[in-house]
Ligand binder design. Sequence first.
Ligand code: NAD
Length: 483
Amino acid sequence: MEFSQNQIDSIVQSVVAQMQGTTPASAPAYDSTQYNGRQYLGVYATMEEGIDAAADSYKVIRNMSVEQREKIITEIRKLTRAEAEIMAKLGVEETKMGRVEHKTLKHILVADKTPGTEDIQTEAQSGDGGLTLVEMAPFGIIGAITPSTNPSETVICNSIAMIAAGNAVVFNPHPGAIKVSNYAVDLVNRASLAAGGPASLVCSMVKPTMQTADVMYKDPRVRMLVCTGGPGVVKSVLSSGKKAIGAGAGNPPVIVDDTADIKKAAKDIIDGCTFDNNLPCIAEKEVFAFSNIADELMYNMQQNGAYFITAAQADELAKIVLVEKKNEKTGKITYSVSRDWVGRDAKKFAAALGIEVDDSVRCLICEVEEDHLFVQTELMMPILAVVRVKDIDEAIEKAVRAEHGNRHSAHMHSKNIENLSKFAKAIETTIFVKNAPSYAGIGFGAEGHTTFTIAGPTGEGLTSARSFTRKRRCVMKDMFHII
Ligand code: NAD
């Protein structure tokens, strides 16, 4: 195999740093370029250099066999399992969000259940006219934007799928999670190198910004854009004029009717809602409960680590964890989440209200009306609002409104097939989980593959290798059919 100058420089840098074994006295032990003196592979000063390196690597990977690509993926899985806890700790330390034990599980889920090259399937049609093949081909270089909420998980999950499809990748990770995102970029490249692949198969940069994302949008060598993030960034990617996949925001509602196993529903909802302190976009964000079971549901939630706060306390908390913005022209007031509160532990929210709770408290619950900000805002915090409804029609109407047309995720606890079907049809979400915690929807403890890029707006659904391919047809006239 031939190496480009870029790749040789990366390898030399990495080997020298490893031989030195220690970090220079002035350098921090860990930043967006190195971890304890180990220089990251594939991390560049500028987006242009990142794209140059990805272009070199694409030339290498396009000539690799599928078996060779699968070897790289096997190595990525191996390293991800081995370093899951390190990345979980680094992620929590850098972003101040989430929980180490849950982030560790998320990395292991990515390693175990992200499909590899087996997801790439050829279609064939044969008959009197010969044989026609439709193959799933790589796009080339993919530009990927990743979030702060599942940073290294998304980098690794995207890398497995995109490499399985034969692409090279350049990432513009979330600036607030750049250190751990680049750790993951390096992990993928270490795996690639160990399996005989290029040393910069996936690339990133030291300091990503909106401007570096813009360079990625405009460079003609980047053939596809994939964005996992909030509404602003998804919109910017979809306006780029390039083939793009958008995995945007959600605000998943949960309905609990009076046929549900209420004890189990309460436990499932709290388990899902508190997973990684509610950071996953699929996690339960508000509950619509039938009036006749609402008290029993909330009682059982409290038996499972929820702490009940009054509606007045919820109003007080909203003023702390949400930021008010006034549109100068229209005077309209909107609210968004305060970055200082996203993904924090439940006890911090209790403390903000002057309540001291121990670590067994996993989230705060409250009973409010439908129009409450805790119902209508995608909080990504362990705070769960419960709204009382009289019947299934009212529940569906309110849940659909709270989901805001994101068509992302929704969940329901019921044994009534009619109610379940009615809600599933009305809500039109990419993921609909019945009688389980939300994370069952990404294959955690349930059937189906996993992904951390759920593409509702552009329709790919739970992305996998095939989402990052283009179809190419090859026709052999009259020949090569054998009957
Ligand atoms: P975010 O939207 O704040 O940031 C995502 C990335 O986009 C960052 O790198 C950020 O710097 C960059 N960015 C933001 N606006 C941009 C613009 N106009 N142009 C270029 N880059 C821009 O996301 P976050 O807070 O890290 O993640 C949380 C959001 O992402 C939530 O809304 C969540 O639901 C969503 N999310 C969705 C999925 C999914 O699979 N659908 C997965 C994870 C997160």
